[in-house]
Write a protein that binds this ligand. Sequence first.
Ligand code: TXA
Ligand code: MG
Length: 327
Amino acid sequence: MTTEIGTDIEYAAELLRKGEVVAIPTETVYGLAVNALDAQSVKKIYELKNRPADNPLIIHVADADQLREYVQNIPPMARALLNEFSPGPLTVVLHKKDIIPDIVTAGHITVAIRIPQHPLTQRLLRATGFPLAAPSANPFTYISPTTAAHVAKMFNGRIRYILDGGPCQAGIESTIIGFAGENAVLYRPGAIAAEAVEKCIGERLCHPEKAVRTPGMHPKHYSPFTPVIATNSLEYEIERNKGLSVCVITYDTYSSLLPVTDQVLLGTSDDMSVAMNMLYAALHDMDQRGYDVIIAKRFPEHGLGVAINDRLDRAAKMKLPSKNHTI
Ligand code: TXA
Ligand code: MG
């Protein structure tokens, strides 16, 4: 199979109508999309990603009218959040209607649903008329893609088309919020800071019960092949790993302990949206360059820093010894 990269919405829509998988741009990360109403197509996504069957997908719709077609009801807090943040990097978990196949939700009675903002994907959703089930376009546990080239690196020859919408603007996955009685639950920190969500609903967010298998919370998510150390003490870790070939992902200022060519500066702690935007591209890039270890400096633990640290900490959980990997 040849993988084409382009901006042809009608071609992408046609492939999706035929039950094929198409990679789509969103403002967060690229997704691997199929018709969410077609269980056979949805199955392909789990296979392509090597994703466990108990990890449900997010569905994408064009607007609030479409969203209402697929969920039982929208609680007031969900309504307020959708008004404030959609289209955009917000996913809400709501009770699904029967039309959504069980394979999408991994048997849950709830469905994760969002209204992406990216103009190409907006146009695609209007062209197809059906919702798109789309997890991030990376093999299970690997780093999410923020460019069409990242997707091609991971799925070349395995999907027909990558709709190229340029680099993703937010650069990290959506914030996932569920609703339990009077409470709003933060299932996954993401491109909208928890503080902004709390300000909108006027309530503190709860954290999911431990017993519930929580979304995006697989400990090995978002990992490159190169071992990652996520640390609050950058200089200490650089010293400790002397003798290895080390690269650094940091912010504000470069470390004086390494050449700047072995470092990526992700912007500043004053405006963490820049770092968020650059994070996955930096990990993809560093992972290609054959270092023994990537040392990443953790961000201040507030605002968007929470989601960035979450991804860095998860990347650090993965330790694969091989440098001779291919992807
Ligand atoms: O920004 C994003 O959300 C991107 C773009 C492509 O839209 N998508 C994305 O999908 O991050 P994925 O599959 O990589 O992560 C979706 C997460 C999963 O970890 C899953 O566990 C959770 O959403 N999820 C899906 N349905 C759920 C449900 N009914 N209840 C709780 N969590 C759910
Ligand atoms: Mg993902």
